[in-house]
Write a protein that binds this ligand. Structure first.
Ligand code: PPE
Length: 310
């Protein structure tokens, strides 16, 4: 208990393969296929304490993406969407959490080694814990300093970028290690063509002359659910959103504003790229408006179809 990471302190149970088990008992075998070959798919979801009570934000869309990711690797999830929903709701309830981060994962478990996973059983887990501001408390207000990674994002002709696969996150880990090692908070990763893809765990938005741009799905990005939500919110706020943009490295430097979106990162302003100040070097006005609209929506739970109440 004492050597647990701080973020997991107080977590009592994890749901694993159909059962609630004690936190310490949520274990897998050393010869788990996914440990060796990265053959797992996962999600990151947030539950928010809205005015109408705790609610999971865009649960259906996350579940959809989990099953889509699984399909790519022939991972046959042995639970229905309803069963996973019930288990998640019950887990949040048992843990007594009002707002939390939820991590569903499905992976090839312990079976014969060798690349073909078809003889390995599919295991499924759900964990939930409180997770505050992903890039630090100050980040949401004042923005983060980021650096372009020297690592490129793999292209969708090499590994599907629309699937959220455990193994592919080594690319993000490398970018993140490099950026933080050099004193930056986060990285921006370019794609094979040298244009902007995304952050290691975030999508990227750019503001120029009052219009909003975000990299298109063909730029080797994960189709972020926060990205989709922010596009909708921005359009409804009255902005023109170009959601199919190709953004060059130079355009980042001269942007009026930049921000990240993601389940963990929410809406995080970027205040510098490679030590070039963006805008006034703090949260810009458009970013502020979108971020405020995003958090207002989450507080009020106003758009019913985006919330699954616990
Ligand atoms: N791109 C990547 C590569 C990515 O990992 C995420 C989520 C996004 C974009 C945004 O997607 P969405 O959450 O659907 O808006 N990154 C997850 C993992 C973060 C982590 O450190 O773990 C997340 O935000 O949950």
């Amino acid at each position: 208990m004492s050597d647990r990471p701080e973020m997991f302190e107080g977590v009592e149970e994890i749901w694993l393969d159909g059962e609630f088990v004690d936190f310490e008992d949520a274990q897998v075998h050393l010869l788990t296929h996914a440990l060796h070959y990265g053959t797992g798919v996962f999600e990151g979801v947030r539950c928010y304490d809205t005015d109408n009570g705790p609610a999971i934000f865009r649960w259906e869309e996350h579940l959809e993406r989990l099953f889509d990711s699984a399909k790519v690797y022939d991972i046959d999830i042995p639970f229905s969407r309803e069963e996973l929903t019930e288990a998640t709701v019950e887990l949040i309830d048992r843990e007594g959490l009002a707002s939390c981060y939820i991590r569903p994962i499905a992976f090839y478990g312990y079976g014969p080694l060798g690349l073909n996973p078809s003889e390995s059983p599919v295991q499924v887990g759900l964990a939930a814990w409180p997770w505050g501001a992903y890039l630090g408390e100050d980040a949401l207000e004042n923005g983060v300093d980021v650096a372009i990674s020297s690592w490129r994002k793999y292209s969708s002709s090499q590994i599907p970028t629309n699937a959220k696969t455990t193994g592919t996150y080594v690319n993000s880990v490398l970018a993140s290690l490099e950026a933080t090692g050099n004193g930056y908070t986060e990285a921006i990763v370019l794609n094979k063509e040298g244009n902007v893809a995304e952050g290691p765990g975030e999508n990227l938005f750019l503001v120029r002359d009052g219009e909003i741009f975000t990299t298109g799905l063909a730029e080797s990005i994960l189709d972020g659910i926060t990205r989709q939500s922010v596009i909708t919110i921005a359009e409804e706020t009255g902005y023109t959103v170009h959601d199919d943009a190709t953004i060059s490295r130079g355009e980042l430097y001269t942007a009026d504003e930049l921000f990240f979106t993601g389940t963990a990162a929410e809406v995080t302003p970027i205040r510098s790229v490679d030590d070039n100040q963006i805008g006034q070097g703090t949260k810009g006005p458009v970013t502020d408006e979108i971020q405020t609209a995003f958090f207002d929506l989450i507080e009020t739970g106003d758009r019913e179809e985006w919330f699954r109440y616990v």
